[in-house]
Design a protein around this ligand. Structure first.
Ligand code: FE2
Ligand code: FE2
Length: 293
């Protein structure tokens, strides 16, 4: 990391309005990470927070976990997804809560990407890290950080990217000196998340990756498909990373069609863009472009 980037990182991490996790949730999360914790006790603690419980149940019943039945309490949720994923359930709920205010469009994109990721892992039988679905859900959290860091320039970058049909990260780099991938990684590190989650977030707009290749490629595929369906310019994942991840044979065209149907199902205000539908074929075969940051 060069000196300028280090300075920006320090400035960002000292911001007063950086997204934070409440003390109670932080306490529950560290109890869940502690091998010595009694899980029955932790579940009792979660049940004391009625708002958190209702948020978890809303998420669990939303289709995010593909539950076979309606879930009415935390014990039932834990029985269905397993103890190990309670931490993930709370983190996912916390993230969605943060984004449900001013960042609704990021939340919609992130949520749709995480559903697509779950299906992709199942379809291609990928060996992704345990919390990959949460990683996908949080991959664009850096946009929220950049808004806090420099709202005016971040908004200008979004407008420029749209007007010039460029990926947002590319314009951010030019205007702010860093991208939302970097800012997101720094925030997740600051929260104490492990490398299997922070690294894929950092690399999600890179051409290649040395480690966490499967997780990085999953985000890139989902990001490309969801943004293309929404008519937003984004780079197509590079063939090299797709092959390394076991996704070399992925056929984007049917994925784009299926994802359009998914969005029409889960987003009441989703409008199928005529322009996007027509461009699916060319998007699916578009050659890889190498951007110079
Ligand atoms: Fe992104
Ligand atoms: Fe994204």
């Amino acid at each position: 990391m060069d000196v300028r980037t280090k300075l920006i990182r320090r400035k960002i991490l000292s911001l007063d309005d950086l997204p934070t996790i409440s003390n109670n949730v932080q306490r529950l999360l560290s109890m869940l990470k502690d091998q010595e914790s009694d899980m029955t006790q932790v579940i009792l603690e979660i049940n004391k927070d009625a708002i958190l419980v209702s948020k978890i149940l809303k998420l669990v019943n939303s289709g995010y976990y593909n539950m076979p039945q309606n879930v009415t309490n935390i014990d039932q949720a834990v029985n269905l997804v397993g103890y190990k994923r309670v931490w993930e359930m709370i983190m996912s709920t916390t993230f969605m809560d943060m984004m449900s205010g001013a960042e609704k469009s990021i939340l919609k994109h992130s949520y749709a990407c995480s559903i697509l990721a779950r299906d992709l892992v199942n379809q291609y039988q990928l060996r992704a890290s345990e919390n990959f679905q949460l990683t996908v859900l949080m991959h664009d959290i850096g946009k929220m950080v950049l808004r806090e860091y420099n709202n005016a320039t971040f908004n200008l970058s979004i407008k420029m990217a749209h007007a010039e049909s460029l990926p947002v990260y590319f314009v951010e780099k030019k205007n702010l000196g860093i991208t939302h991938s970097q800012a997101g990684c720094w925030l997740l590190e600051h929260w104490g998340l492990s490398e299997d989650q922070t690294k894929p977030v950092l690399q999600h707009h890179d051409i290649d990756a040395d480690d966490y290749i499967v997780e990085t490629a999953i985000i890139q595929v989902c990001d490309f498909v969801d943004n293309t369906v929404r008519g937003i310019t984004v780079d197509k994942p590079h063939q090299l990373i797709l092959e390394k991840a076991g996704l070399g044979q992925v056929d984007f065209y049917p994925m784009l069609i299926e994802h359009t149907n998914l969005l029409a199902e889960i987003e009441p205000d989703f409008e199928v863009l005529e322009k996007s539908q027509k461009s699916y074929k060319s998007a699916a075969v578009r050659s890889n472009e190498q951007r110079v940051n």
